[in-house]
Design a protein. Structure first.
Length: 232
């Protein structure tokens, strides 16, 4: 986290894109929160684009942490909101290349940017065979169940218009690992386009996804599908 955050700040500053960075601690504990606050304060002395650290008292899940960060964005100031996982699987350079795509969107801002991990499109994707197998199974289930126009819903880098998030915000119930699927489904219902952007991705050690987690994700998918069916 420390190395990634500093490099992200350096890369963002060099890009000259109008970017602000907010870090979110998802209820990790007092020691971890103290460490993050100290780290951010130190980096703020050098980087004006670093807003601060949002410390959540209780664990909200990945989606909950991201939404908590997005809720801090004033739509009058920030036209776009994004997130990137801080595990380093996606490099700061790749992150900024991805975010630069916002400059080519139309004035209506009807496009949401979805990073995807696919081989054969000039990008490198490195992950274990187990993660690759679980990912392929998950993708097939998502495609069959939701028919979303993206091949990879779970990659940890996304960007969408702030107004788009505000329109679906109150409908987002899933706060953990499959929040991306629910978010994509509601955006599609409102006529937003999900634009696939292939990226370089290198699996980070210490991943929290395993077979048990995959089973919980599967259950969550069917819960999301049920909610979508009864709330058309």
């Amino acid at each position: 986290m420390p190395d990634f955050l500093q490099e992200l700040c350096e890369t963002a500053e060099a890009s000259q894109l109008p970017i602000k960075i907010l870090t979110v601690d998802d209820g990790s504990g007092p020691k971890e929160a103290e460490f993050m606050v100290s780290l951010v304060q130190r980096l703020q002395e050098k980087f004006n684009l670093l807003l601060g650290a949002l410390i959540l008292e209780q664990n909200q899940g990945k989606g909950g942490a991201i939404y908590s960060g997005w809720n801090e964005a004033d739509p009058k100031i920030y036209k776009w909101i994004a997130f990137v996982d801080a595990d380093g699987a996606i490099s700061p350079e790749e992150t900024l290349n991805f975010l630069s795509q916002t400059k080519s969107d139309n004035e209506e801002q009807k496009t949401c940017l979805w990073s995807i991990r696919v081989t054969g499109e000039g990008k490198e994707v490195h992950r274990t065979k187990v993660r690759q197998a679980l990912g392929n199974i998950f993708r097939s289930i998502v495609k069959f169940t939701f028919n979303l126009p993206v091949r990879d819903t779970q990659c940890g880098l996304k960007c969408l218009p702030t107004k788009a998030y505000q329109k679906v915000q109150n409908k987002l119930m899933e706060k953990r690992f499959v929040f991306d699927v629910e978010l994509a489904a509601h955006l599609m219902r409102l006529g937003y386009k999900l634009k696939e952007i292939p990226i370089n991705w290198h699996e980070s050690p210490g991943s929290t996804i395993n077979i048990k987690s995959a089973f919980k994700m599967l259950i969550s998918l069917f819960v999301i599908r049920w909610r979508l069916l009864i709330n058309k």
